[in-house]
Design a protein around this ligand. Structure first.
Ligand SMILES: Cc1ncc(COP(=O)(O)O)c(C=O)c1O
Length: 404
């Protein structure tokens, strides 16, 4: 197991604390997959408890006594026949990452990232966040007795996430700026050795998140779906999940790979613009804006990895408007009983838009990943609803109201 630069190929020991290669390239964790292939079988995996650590051989941990876990992963893959019927699809699934311990997929990354911090003996961890990363890191640092520092874009974090970060005991700092600026600041602190950085530029975090790909195949009886659709912000998750699918294929646990489709919000779509121009990198956007605050990001650090995942998988990237996001959020809640936050609903909104455009095979096995729980952002849901009026305690009035 080593850290390797995906630009120049330079290798670093896994115990070296480094976030980018000397050449500026992004790092990736590489394994001896031939060895893993001989070590684990589908049957052995199946005998283990579900969750991130079911896939231990594929994870960068040396000392299992150092694992920090809240039993993350093992999230449901719902077959959504009501929504499939409405959209004219043969097979549609929702992988609901909102069912993780702190309510988002970030927990998969943090169990591995904070375990790594434990192995390295780092007493302080930190991140910049649009909300969910901070909630998750705060929880895992509390569990491992570490100090946690989080930088948030002031006034732009959903209430539930802010409440979580504060309540788990993190030192929360709001800046008068956006996520991209917060990330530059926290990274500077990390480079001055003030903390161990757990944003998705840290390749160890992405190793935990790749288990979403593993788990989808596992839940589909070791078959890959034809298409995976998910929201894209800082672009770590799409890169991580693609890595997961590729590693399962290279170790013969699946025999095909899905198309990876990334969805961004109209007001924050650097990756979509790069994809549409068939470029390998983005032009950062200075003033990202969307109701889906989790993906309100103009300069995603993992953009080149994400674009590679999209091109390699023969996938695509598309944007959706805030109105489309809210409509999809409601539709999912009201047809399948799954309440997700706005960023997560962008994957459903993207599916609907791409179906209208004729860009999706209706006969395929489609998985939409919903990345965060709807309770994270009650304001968004309340704003999109008509609040009930109060009535007198009178049975006749009540009967009239429920018939309306
Ligand atoms: C709910 C939710 N969905 C999607 C994303 C985007 O993930 P990524 O930054 O890995 O692209 C985030 C990131 O914060 C998120 O919180």
């Amino acid at each position: 197991m080593i850290q390797r630069c995906r630009e120049c190929g330079k290798e670093y020991d896994v115990d070296e604390i480094i976030y980018n290669c000397e050449c500026g390239g992004l790092l990736e964790i590489k394994y001896d997959l031939e060895k893993i292939k001989n070590e684990v079988s589908k049957e052995q995996l199946r005998e283990r408890r579900s969750g991130v650590w079911r896939y231990l051989e594929y994870l960068p941990v040396k000392d299992t006594n150092k694992i920090v876990s809240l039993w993350e992963g093992g999230t449901p893959l719902y077959k959504c026949d009501n929504l499939a019927k409405k959209l004219g699809l043969k097979e549609l699934y929702i992988k609901n990452e909102g069912a993780n311990p702190t309510g988002s997929f970030k927990d998969r990354g943090m169990t591995v990232g904070v375990t790594r911090a434990n192995e390295l003996g780092a007493p302080v961890v930190g991140c910049a966040s649009t909300g969910n990363t901070s909630a998750s890191l705060a929880a895992y640092s509390a569990r491992s007795g570490k100090k946690c520092i989080v930088l948030l874009p002031g006034g732009k974090v959903a209430l539930g996430k802010l409440a979580q970060a504060m309540f788990y005991g993190a030192k929360v700092v709001q800046i008068n700026g956006n996520f991209d600026q917060a990330l530059v600041m926290i990274k500077n602190l990390a480079l001055e050795n003030k903390l161990y950085l757990l944003n998705s530029v840290n390749p160890f975090r992405l190793e935990g998140q790749k288990t979403i790909g593993f788990e989808i195949c596992d839940q589909l009886d070791f078959e890959a779906p034809s298409t995976v659709i998910l929201p894209v912000g800082n672009a770590g998750n799409i890169s991580a999940i693609w890595k997961g699918f590729k590693e399962f294929k290279e170790t013969d646990l699946i025999d095909s790979l899905p198309k990876m489709i990334g969805i961004q919000a109209e007001g924050a779509q650097p990756i979509v613009k790069a994809y549409k121009a068939q470029k390998d990198n983005i032009n950062p956007e200075d003033n990202p804006e969307t109701i889906a605050t989790a993906i309100r990001i103009g300069n995603p650090v993992n953009a080149v990895k994400a674009l590679e995942a999209i091109y390699q998988s023969n996938g695509l990237a598309e944007f959706v408007s805030d109105e489309e996001i809210t409509a999809a959020q409601k539709l999912l809640a009201q047809t399948e009983g799954i309440f997700v936050e706005p960023a997560s609903a962008s994957s459903i909104a993207g599916l609907i838009k791409l179906l209208d455009m004729g860009a999706i095979d209706k006969e395929g096995k489609i998985v939409c990943i919903t990345t965060g729980n709807g309770l994270k952002d009650p304001d968004a849901a309340i704003k999109a609803s008509t609040l009930p009026s109060e009535i007198e305690c009178d049975m006749e009035i009540l009967k009239k109201v429920i018939e309306e």
